[in-house]
Design a protein around this ligand. Structure first.
Ligand code: NAD
Ligand code: UGA
Length: 464
């Protein structure tokens, strides 16, 4: 079966870049990315390609090449579903904020809405692809909804989780470690659907890196991969606290441990804590699933990854207060970075938000600079916590346009995101503009201790 028309529901961090790359690699397939968010679709269609809603290195060039050739962005969801042979569901699956499973389970209401919309609109057979990260066995729920409409349409449901990381989305999509496709491989229709998706990726991914499994393995592998990755960060962060007490240096420990080829060197960088929209949400979801099967030891094991991460964020903030003579009330603290990692404008679950909240509770004044995050986003992140009024957030927090401006007359600088440009700053100039003693807290192990201490900083870095 040759796919000619694709519809992707959800024009976010996954749907947008993934479809842009498929469109570039498969010029014979027409792809329409749809979303209920009109502003987001308008931004994807903005004449100036620098205004697309997601910042990812290399993405705007691809969008420029494929847009209006075989890549389209639209709010007409029904039309795109109707036309498509294959429909990717790439909508958000946040942690539930209400009812049963509140604070843990994945909220599948957006997924279900998509399924019901497909069921209502579809007139001919469709392959429906789960691109969103979903609890294991969600495909069964989708199938139940789709198969019970009585309009004679046959659906094949595939699981094709996305493993891209933000900031490197284009590289990850162009050269993935693997592409995972789960389907009903026991039936010939299922096998045919899996092959149709394999054929799309085979345009640019070597076939030995395209892995096919049953649907449940595929769904669960995505949650497992994120849990393992986050667990490595929590493991090294646990060691960072021990390093600070013993004179060991976490970077040295990380190199020594990572050189064991059985362990590997990646994802062992100690930090102020992992952020991003997925690690916490996916582990909480895993914990919830384990508990729902009565697997309490499994649930507790994974929950510890989150407990350690929360501890790391809090520990970084409380160390700032302790070091500044046990009070930051009325003191100006400069934040360098707000995004959850470098090279993205995404701030979801960024450690910076929680460090700021802690310091604001201690009545600090915070001045923030991030090269890619806009002021409205920073205020929205703080308002969302509901810790204080919107007016109070605007009074205590300022957002500025340069690192130098943020640090001027500050009591302390906290480095929260590892943007490359922070390495190149004129740190002597920053030191001179600050109140003395000038404190510098590196939450990312980005800066070199020796040179900063030579300038005169009181320097604190995670894990040393
Ligand atoms: P996102 O919030 O950036 O985008 C989701 C989009 O779906 C939004 O624009 C929203 O308006 C739209 N949407 C929601 N319901 C809709 C509906 N019924 N019809 C049409 N549009 C609808 O989310 P994201 O970061 O792209 O994540 C999507 C999924 O991919 C999640 O399950 C996430 O766990 C997973 N994932 C994310 C990443 C990542 O790096 N962000 C990586 C891998 C997997
Ligand atoms: C992560 C995974 O890496 C992707 O494979 C996955 O597809 C994605 O989640 C998802 O499902 O959403 P992402 O969250 O975009 O990608 O970014 P990561 O590079 O994984 O970083 C996550 C957080 O961990 C960041 O805050 C980062 O600074 C932190 N981190 C990462 C560390 O503190 N130390 C490390 O060694 C690595």
């Amino acid at each position: 079966m040759k796919i000619k028309n694709i519809c992707c529901i959800g024009a976010g961090y996954v749907g947008g870049p993934t479809m842009a790359v498929i469109a570039q690699k498969c010029p014979e397939i027409d792809i329409t990315v749809v979303d209920i968010n009109e502003k987001r679709i308008a931004a994807w269609n903005d004449e100036n390609v620098d205004n697309i809603p997601i910042y990812e290195p290399g993405l705007s060039e691809i969008v420029e090449e494929a847009r209006d050739r075989n890549l389209f962005f639209s709010t007409d969801i029904d039309a795109a579903i109707d036309k498509a042979d294959m429909i990717f569901i790439s909508v958000n699956t946040p942690t539930k904020t209400y009812g049963i499973g509140k604070g843990m389970a994945a909220d599948l209401k957006y997924i279900e809405l998509c399924a019901r919309q497909i069921a209502r609109v579809a007139k001919d057979d469709k392959i429906v692809v789960e691109k969103s990260t979903l609890p294991v066995r969600t495909a069964q729920a989708l199938k139940d909804i789709l198969d019970n409409t009585g309009n004679g349409v046959n659906y094949q449901i595939l699981s094709n989780p996305e493993f891209l990381a933000e900031g490197t989305a284009v590289d990850d999509l162009m050269d993935p470690d693997r592409v995972l496709i789960g389907g009903d491989i026991d039936t010939s229709e299922g096998e045919e659907a899996v092959q149709a998706l394999v054929d799309i990726y085979a345009h640019w991914v070597p076939e030995d890196r395209i892995l096919t499994t049953n649907v449940w393995s595929s769904e669960l592998s995505k949650l497992t991969a994120n849990a393992f990755l986050a667990q490595r960060v929590s493991s090294i962060n646990a060691m960072s606290e021990l390093c600070e007490k013993t004179g060991a240096d976490v970077n040295e420990v990380s190199i020594a441990v990572g050189m064991d080829s059985r362990i590997g060197s990646k994802f062992l960088k100690s930090s102020v804590g992992f952020g991003g929209s997925c690690f916490q949400k996916d582990i909480l979801n895993l914990v919830y699933i384990a508990k729902s099967f009565g697997l309490n030891e499994v649930a507790d094991y994974w929950e510890q990854v989150i407990i350690m991460n929360d501890h790391q964020k809090k520990r970084f903030a409380s160390n700032i207060v302790k070091t500044l003579y046990n009070t930051v009330s009325g003191k100006k603290i400069a934040f360098l970075g707000w995004a959850f990692k470098k090279d993205t404008n995404d701030t979801r679950e960024s450690a910076a938000i929680y460090v700021a909240d802690y310091l604001l509770n201690e009545q600090a004044e915070i001045v923030i600079y991030d090269p890619k995050v806009r002021a409205e986003q920073i205020y929205a992140d703080l308002d969302y916590l509901n810790t204080r009024t919107e007016e109070e957030n605007r009074k205590q927090v300022k957002v500025v346009n340069s690192a130098y401006e943020a640090c001027e007359e500050a009591h302390a600088v906290a480095l929260l995101t590892e943007w490359d440009e922070f390495k190149e700053l004129d740190w002597k100039k920053i030191y001179e503009s600050m109140l003395k003693p000038a404190f510098l807290f590196d939450g990312r192990r980005l800066l070199e201790r020796k040179t900063k201490e030579k300038i005169g900083f009181e320097f604190y870095a995670i894990g040393s």
